[in-house]
Design a protein around this ligand. Structure first.
Ligand code: GA4
Length: 334
């Protein structure tokens, strides 16, 4: 009898060219939230890249460090203990290597967690069960959410929208769909030095929500695609900064601004020597929220580039796609 073994998981993870010094995106826009002019700088960065770095945010290093060290402790447990906190699908908890429901794989393990209306991890998900880890994450989530709200308010201001809370209210309303993700990318020694390749940590994609706010432990790996116009997009590495946050514009915000802000394509490449730990807060609206260009942003005679949809419809459609698919395409008016 011939037994065909399943290929090892690592063989199912696509390879990427290892980033070199010349790929570094030194010109990443930096916005100091504590200074006047932040709103304009944010709008400019969202129009050019859909991505920027935030400093002057006021979140204490303690809050970040505590959450990070608890996360490191969680991921260093035996596999069987971590598996008890899963699976991530459905609905939330621990996952490893498999991303989404349609076959995407990455060299990572993660916790996918729901955030409730009061900005805490939702009680509906018991994982993680460790009280100190939960407390540290709750403190971090409350702080990062405030940063997200300040950023959304600054965006509205910079866009000249009269009601300052037009965007931020979408993620604070009752039933808003906020998700928190803790990612751990172990070093991937199997590929060290192999033809200049690294394993994909998290494959290229855009985020479906309004905005995502990311913080990592200082290990590089995040790359964004610079818009190339007619040419192919160029992937650049974002220099890591453990004291800063990085903000991605998501698909929903692209639609709300009728394409003025661009939802940024990004991915993570593994490091062959160091672990990367990242936290990402995803600000999404309630499921019933209609996602359509804000009337104030439409010029005279300007029409929406998109068909009408609700966040619930978009999310449902998103979970039928592969990570790298263009999820907005099916909602574009032809
Ligand atoms: C990308 C942004 C967030 O990480 C996420 C991801 C989600 C998942 O990991 O379950 C998705 C992905 C993300 C978009 C397309 C679908 C859904 C995996 C996937 C293949 C939590 C989210 O909201 O959308």
């Amino acid at each position: 009898m011939v037994v065909v073994a399943n290929p090892p998981v690592v063989d199912q993870i696509p390879l990427l060219r290892s980033p070199g010094p010349r790929d570094s995106f030194a010109a990443v826009p930096v916005v100091d939230l504590s200074r006047p002019g932040a709103a304009r700088a944010i709008v400019d960065a969202c129009e050019r890249f859909g991505f920027f770095k935030v400093v002057g945010h006021g979140v204490s290093a303690d809050t970040m460090d505590r959450a990070e060290s608890e996360a490191v402790r969680f991921f260093s447990q035996a596999q069987a203990d971590k598996d008890r906190a899963g699976p991530a699908y459905p609905p939330f908890g621990y996952g490893s290597k498999r991303i989404g429901l349609n076959g995407d794989m990455g060299w990572l393990e993660y916790l996918l967690l729901a955030v409730d209306d009061s900005a805490s991890l939702s009680d509906s998900c018991a994982a993680p069960s460790n009280a100190a880890f939960r407390a540290a994450l709750n403190e971090y989530v409350a702080a990062v959410r405030k940063v997200a709200l300040r950023v959304l308010e600054a965006m509205a201001e910079g866009l000249g929208i009269a009601a300052a809370d037009t965007l931020s209210a979408m993620v604070t309303e009752q039933g808003s769909d906020q998700v928190f993700r803790v990612n751990h990318y172990p070093p991937c020694p199997a590929l060290q030095g192999l033809l200049g390749c690294s394993a994909t940590g998290f494959g290229e994609h855009t985020d479906p929500q309004l905005i995502s706010v990311l913080r990592s432990n200082g290990t590089s790996g995040l790359q964004i695609a610079l818009p190339g116009g007619a040419a192919a997009a160029r992937w650049v590495s974002v220099p890591s900064d453990r004291d800063a946050f990085f903000v991605n514009v998501g698909d929903s915000l692209q639609v709300l601004t009728n394409g003025r802000f661009r939802s940024v394509k990004h991915r993570v490449v593994t490091n062959s020597l160091k672990s990367r730990v990242s936290f990402i807060y995803f600000g999404g609206p309630p499921l019933a929220q209609r996602i359509a260009p804000l009337p104030e942003l439409l010029g005279e005679g300007e029409e929406s580039l998109y068909k009408e949809f609700t966040w619930g419809e978009y999310k449902k459609a998103a979970y039928k796609t592969r990570l790298g698919d263009n999820r907005l395409a099916q909602f574009e008016k032809k």
